[in-house]
Write a protein that binds this ligand. Structure first.
Ligand code: NAD
Length: 259
């Protein structure tokens, strides 16, 4: 059975073939979804375009989520190419590398603003701009991390941004629910990606995670992709405003990692 036949989706956040967004795109495509992609900057375009083309993308557009003009231009193109959207994948985050290291206390006002803008507000900005394009039954999925709920070494301002993102999921779910549109987040365990490489001590965390997580393994972009298929399909039709953990069970245990 193919779960997403006829569904049109927009995937935001592929940087390369290690990206969580790429794992999700592959899984959605395998279930029949017709996907468009966004990228930021020429350097990433060179990586994203061939990946997107390999899945037959009809739309590959630049979009810096810090720029409302970019988001509006993107949605105008989505309207031309697809007419309506059934799926939005938001897999975007950014914070200054020197604020993902050491104490949270050293976070600057500008660093806080930047992290919250790109990593949290962008979901609201994208959904607001896509509002008219969303088909009844549409599903929006974003990516978060458990550092929003508990202190994770060096995650710092990104943990605060993820807390805002998770709250945004609940408020957006409430706004869009009457139209049958669902909004959820996947809280993924640590995966070695470009964004993760900016977090001090990530390699150690990644290794130790697999030693203590109930499933005794790390999480893959394929694991996250499969959960996203479920969230984008009618099989999760009564699930909205949720944070779904795809973390090999790590958040359920009380053990804390050594520094
Ligand atoms: P990634 O580096 O592959 O993806 C991050 C994406 O954010 C990139 O494509 C980048 O271009 C995009 N981005 C950054 N600033 C942007 C901007 N201004 N406008 C538009 N796009 C912008 O890394 P990833 O780990 O796949 O990250 C995807 C999402 O998953 C992020 O929200 C991240 O916080 C989340 N996440 C990652 C992990 C992990 O361990 N890797 C765990 C849980 C959640």
């Amino acid at each position: 059975m193919v779960l997403l036949q006829g569904k049109k989706g927009l995937v935001m956040g592929v940087a390369n073939d290690h990206s969580i967004a790429w794992g999700i795109a592959k899984a959605l495509h395998a279930q029949g979804a017709d996907l468009g992609f966004t990228y930021v900057g020429e350097a990433l375009e060179r990586r994203v375009r061939p990946l997107a083309e390999s899945l037959g993308a009809r739309l590959i557009e630049p979009c810096d989520v810090q720029r409302d003009d970019d988001i509006d231009a993107l949605m105008a193109r989505v309207r031309e190419v697809y007419g309506a959207l059934d799926i939005i994948i938001h897999a975007i985050a950014f914070a200054n590398r020197d604020e993902l290291n050491g104490p949270y206390l050293k976070t600057t006002r500008e660093g806080f603003r930047l992290a919250l803008d790109v990593s949290a507000y962008s979901l609201t900005a994208v959904v607001k701009a896509a509002h008219d394009l969303l088909a009844p039954g549409a599903s929006i999925v974003t990516l978060t991390y458990h550092g929003s709920q508990q202190v994770a070494q060096n995650y710092n301002v990104m943990g605060v941004a993820k807390a805002a993102l998770e709250a945004s999921v609940r408020y957006l779910a409430n706004d869009l629910g009457p139209r049958g549109i669902r909004v959820n987040a996947i809280s993924a365990g640590p995966i070695r990606t470009l964004a993760a490489s900016g977090i001090a001590g990530f390699r150690t965390l990644h290794k130790q995670f697999a030693e203590v997580a109930p499933l005794r393994r790390n999480v893959t972009i394929e694991d996250v992709g499969n959960a996203a298929v479920w969230l984008c399909s009618d099989w999760s039709s009564a699930v909205t405003g949720e944070i779904i953990y795809v973390d090999a069970g790590f958040h359920t245990i009380s053990i804390s990692l050594p520094e």
